[in-house]
Design a protein. Structure first.
Length: 288
């Protein structure tokens, strides 16, 4: 049965959707309703915000890898990119060394396996209000714009060592609960700003602070803009030899008395701070 005229997709979208569904059927035999929804979103000319639909039905990692990397399917993806909302990605999604022609947005998704884009090239990456107990491995990633990890809830290691990000690195309201290595951004080159700050995931929703109970490393990183740590709970952060062209903001840090901060050999354009945010004696390391 066809959709009524007011809800039917525009002809260009309908053509893309039909082509992608046919290709997917030829490749997989059968796709799930959740995977059909991914196709519909990714073919859409309307760049809607990520939506939390409550339930998170399964989407196969193999299906996503095919949709993202297959040249024939890529021809039917809108320039807004592959968009996955309110889904559970079943296993490891490995996109290492892939040159991806469009951005990827995962919104309100649960990742049951690692997400890996080692040495991948991509216009932009957004993981919005996603959750995982596995690793997110973005070492040597190259992007043409910003990387958004806003409101990420991660129990694993988030890695961006040696990444080259043409825009900002955003972790508004993220919660990193790994007890060892939580966020590794060593030797990364970030053209814009870094945000470890609070934010609201939706209009009217309460603000969430950035928090990390494990180690954060920006050793040897170069940041072209500012590095903002505002109202954040940080267990330990090592920024030795880091270079920040703009400001280092270290303001209203939560439970700063138990924070361990190392800035040995680091340089910043300007420092914006308040006295109460600095760690207790023996937990601030700035010589070297």
């Amino acid at each position: 049965m066809s959709l009524p005229p007011e809800t039917a997709p525009p002809p260009i979208e309908a053509a893309r959707i039909n082509a992608l569904k046919k290709l997917a059927a030829n490749h997989f035999g059968k796709i799930t309703p959740a995977e059909e929804k991914v196709i519909e979103l990714s073919a859409s000319t309307i760049n809607n915000d990520a939506k939390d639909r409550g339930e998170r039905p399964e989407v196969r990692a193999a299906f996503l890898r095919w949709l993202i990397t297959d040249a024939e399917s890529a021809a039917h993806i809108d320039p807004a990119g592959v968009r996955v909302d309110s889904s559970t990605i079943t296993s490891i999604l490995n996109l290492d060394f892939c040159k991806i022609p469009f951005r990827i947005r995962l919104g309100y998704c649960t990742l049951n396996g690692d997400l890996s884009l080692i040495a991948a090239e991509i216009p932009g990456l957004q993981l919005l209000s996603c959750s995982t107990s596995q690793d997110i491995v973005l070492d040597f990633l190259r992007t043409e714009s910003s990387v958004y990890l806003n409101f990420l809830q991660s129990q694993g290691n988030v890695r961006l060592a040696h990444a080259q990000i043409a825009g900002d690195l955003c972790l508004f309201g993220a919660s990193l609960t790994a007890t060892d290595k939580a966020l590794q951004v060593d030797a990364a080159r970030i053209a814009g700003n870094v945000f470890l700050t609070p934010g609201s995931p939706a209009i009217g929703a309460p603000y969430r602070q950035f928090s990390s109970s494990g180690n954060i490393n920006f050793v040897g990183a170069e940041i072209g803009g500012s590095f903002e740590c505002l109202e954040a709970a940080i267990g330990a952060m090592k920024c030795d030899m880091m270079r920040v062209k703009g400001s280092l903001m270290w303001i209203r840090i939560l439970q700063s008395c138990v924070t361990d901060l190392s800035l040995a050999g680091a340089s910043v354009g300007t420092l914006r701070d308040d006295r109460d945010s600095w760690p207790a004696k023996g937990h601030l390391h700035i010589l070297g």
